[in-house]
Design a protein around this ligand. Structure first.
Ligand code: SF4
Ligand code: SF4
Length: 258
């Protein structure tokens, strides 16, 4: 009997759409992805919708409104497997910068009629509200890692994703370490690989798009930044980027204050 084509749905919450666009950015492989999956729901691409349930849900974006909370619970019920893609969905994204301040205060400055704004106090990763089967990190996700995840889902195997740091990619490229050679604070040693060490390849320190690697030694690198001459406040801010609300990075204040 012919194997059933897996049905895939792609969803968006608070985000810039960049990770969804990484699917379209597959270019050479896109036709094959279209043949191997039944793309049943993908509003970025088409308004044509095939009703659920779906085999796989790819979710971009963070949860920021009461409506989002209800929707993600419905989506969880609709999808056999739920995969979150990108820094917003896995760590709250750049919009989680508000999590350290009062969202009400921000609303007063940004909107003429803040009383019409319905928002949650925090921007949160999807896993804070529903069970997630796999998290694919990155801002945006790496398209080859995305392809690996899709292939693994079809084959029913575990995807082969790196757990090592950006430093490893940096070394494989033969880069001169910007931290050692130039004293530039670089988050690479605690950030998960995925970008091919893009920033150090252009003599810049890593900003942390892919979030914490497995078991990152955040305390040690924060201490190193202080040795390099950064004050504590700047070290804390250095971790508050695309993935600042990830569990390991959000705890940096306590680590260096203690
Ligand atoms: S430049 Fe950054 S990512 Fe590259 S080896 Fe040095 S610390 Fe690691
Ligand atoms: S900031 Fe870090 S993770 Fe992001 S592209 Fe640059 S090196 Fe890669």
């Amino acid at each position: 009997m012919a194997k059933k084509t897996p049905r895939i749905a792609v969803y968006k919450f608070a985000s810039c759409d960049g990770c969804q666009l990484s699917i379209l950015d597959l270019e050479d492989e896109l036709l094959e992805v279209g043949q191997r999956f039944d793309i049943a729901y993908f509003m970025e691409v088409t308004k044509a919708v095939k009703k659920g349930p779906y085999d796989v849900g790819l979710v971009e974006g963070s949860i920021t409104t009461p409506h989002d909370v209800e929707l993600i619970k419905t989506i969880r019920k609709e999808c056999k497997k739920l995969v979150t893609i990108g820094a917003c969905a896995t760590a709250g994204g750049i919009q989680a910068l508000r999590n350290w301040a009062s969202v009400e205060e921000f609303s007063k400055y940004v909107y003429a009629k803040p009383e019409y704004i319905q928002t949650l106090e925090k921007s949160s990763p999807i896993s804070e509200y529903v069970q997630v089967d796999l998290e694919l990190k990155g801002c945006p996700v790496n398209k080859y890692q995305l392809l690996e995840v899709l292939s693994a889902l079809i084959a029913g195997r575990k995807p082969n994703l790196p757990t090592y740091s950006v430093c490893m990619e940096c070394k494989m490229k033969g880069n001169v370490c910007v931290a050692v050679a130039k004293g530039i604070p670089c988050l690479g040693p605690v950030v998960q690989a995925g970008c091919g060490a893009l920033c150090p390849s252009y003599a810049r320190g890593c900003y942390g798009c892919f979030g914490p690697m497995e078991s990152p030694n955040v305390k040690s690198i924060a201490k190193k930044f202080i040795e390099l001459g950064m004050d504590k406040k700047d070290v804390i801010l250095k971790f508050r980027g695309f993935t600042g609300w990830s569990k390991e990075f959000r705890e940096v204040n306590g680590l260096i204050e203690g």
